[in-house]
Design a protein around this ligand. Structure first.
Ligand code: ZN
Ligand code: ZN
Length: 154
């Protein structure tokens, strides 16, 4: 049981690394055509960018199915992937983009740091020169501002 919990938590942490890299090199790379909708003014409740979330959900489901078919502990890896997706929706869609019914007013410390970093990510409209690709880890605000200035210049 403890081992399974360890696998689940480890997957959650690892997913932030995977998510950051995927956002930087896939979503802002060859997968930009899908992510682009997220960097433009929103038209409806759904955007093509949400297909990434759907892909993540399918991947998590497949892992859980494999685990339950005898390939333990893949079901716990799947649970970690699903958990990361859920946290992503809560933090990114809810907190960063304020898609909650009530706007949260408790932005302090860690959450405020994440929120401001993601604002800076959206300060760049196009595919290139963006900063801060993570969702649950953000470098200090001043560092990101400096990066943004340098990337815009260079
Ligand atoms: Zn982006
Ligand atoms: Zn965003």
């Amino acid at each position: 049981m403890l081992f399974n919990l360890f696998v689940l938590l480890g997957t959650l942490v690892a997913m932030e690394g995977v998510g950051t890299l995927a956002h930087k090199y896939v979503m802002h790379g060859w997968g930009w055509w899908l992510h682009r909708s997220h960097h433009e003014p929103r038209l409806g409740t759904l955007e093509t960018n949400d297909l990434y979330l759907l892909a993540l959900a399918l991947f998590a489901t497949a892992l859980v199915a494999l685990g339950r078919a005898g390939h333990a502990p893949l079901q716990w890896v799947g649970a970690g992937v699903a958990g990361y997706g859920l946290l992503y929706v809560l933090a990114h869609d809810g907190l960063f983009h304020r898609h909650w019914p009530r706007q949260p007013r408790f932005m302090h410390g860690y959450l405020r740091r994440l929120y401001r970093a993601h604002r800076l990510h959206h300060a760049v409209k196009g595919r290139k020169h963006s900063v801060s690709f993570g969702f649950f880890y953000a470098p200090p605000f001043e560092v990101l501002k400096r990066q943004l200035r340098e990337r815009r210049r260079g």
